[in-house]
Design a protein around this ligand. Structure first.
Ligand code: DGL
Length: 284
């Protein structure tokens, strides 16, 4: 009798930035298959209204549900910031966001100083990071900084560029003379700017600080949740051989040409072909 393969984990983002989270998941859970969805036709989400972002996110979750996923990772801070409740049509599909794991990782890295959050305008306006931090540590001071130009700079591949450094200096100016000891990269694109952000933050503060993102904390949370729900893919088959999951699937809503090079930077290794998919509900 052939066993049915375990269901995959669904991961989505407004674009390709969520591949930084997919990378952490693939490393932490090597026996799990991933179905990644980048809504490249509608990126960016970070400058759109909460109602629009939630509508897009619901389309993405419905698409992933149709692919038979057992759990959805919202690898987008902007979507996670606007709330995960209501994304699943009341179904029982487990959903994991990136804000709480990010807040937890920042508090773990901090020595009690102020936390600074960098994010898209939508994420920063929502106040979701402050809320998540204050649920864990009500007295903690949090400084929030919207960085609208960072996403287009990363998309353009300008991760190490004089213009990006100049932009980072503008955005990070509030750090000067502050008590900030930990900085949260509150957008899935920002890990690609880690070097630039680290250099500028060190320059402005005259000391080193911790810089965290949600990716590995999210991967740990997903591992724990799968375990709790009894949904973890087996590491060994009936013959004692280590299992190899089917190849991950990578889907985008816009034409898949040109995504390969950027995806390589986010995922850290080459991704085969991207599938072009439509996530809009078919007209009734
Ligand atoms: N990936 C999104 C996030 O983490 C940012 C990109 C966008 O604006 O769509 O917030």
């Amino acid at each position: 009798m052939t066993q049915r393969p375990p269901s995959p984990i669904g991961v989505f983002d407004s674009g390709l930035g969520g591949l930084t989270v997919a990378k952490a998941l693939a490393e932490r859970l090597p026996h799990e298959q991933l179905v990644y969805l980048g809504d490249t036709a509608r990126v960016p989400y970070g400058t759109r209204s909460p109602a629009t972002v939630v509508r897009y996110a619901r389309n993405n979750v419905a698409f992933l549900r149709k692919q038979g996923v057992k759990l959805v990772v919202v690898a987008c801070n902007t979507v996670s910031a606007h709330g995960l409740a209501g994304l699943t049509d009341g179904g029982d599909l487990p959903i994991v966001g990136v804000i709480r794991p990010g807040a937890r990782a920042a508090l773990a890295a901090s020595s009690g100083g102020t936390l600074a959050v960098l994010g898209t305008p939508g994420t920063i306006r929502s106040g979701a990071y402050e809320q998540a931090v204050h649920e864990l540590d009500p007295e903690r001071e949090v400084v929030s900084i919207a960085c609208p130009l960072f996403v287009p700079l990363v998309e353009e591949g300008w991760t190490q560029h004089a213009v990006t450094t100049a932009v980072a200096r503008e955005y990070l100016e509030p750090l000067r003379g502050s008590r900030v000891d930990t900085l949260i990269l509150g957008c899935t694109h920002y890990p690609l700017l880690r070097e630039t952000i680290t250099a500028v933050a060190t320059e402005l503060l005259g000391r080193e600080i911790a810089i965290v993102d949600s990716a590995s904390a999210v991967a740990s949370d997903v591992a724990a949740l799968l375990e709790k729900l009894g949904l973890t893919a087996p590491s060994f088959d009936a013959t004692g051989e280590e299992t190899r999951p089917p190849a991950h699937r990578f889907c985008v809503t816009d034409a898949p040409d040109r995504v390969g090079e950027v995806a390589l930077q986010f995922f850290g290794r080459s991704i085969g072909a991207f599938e072009h998919v439509d996530v809009l509900p078919s007209p009734a």
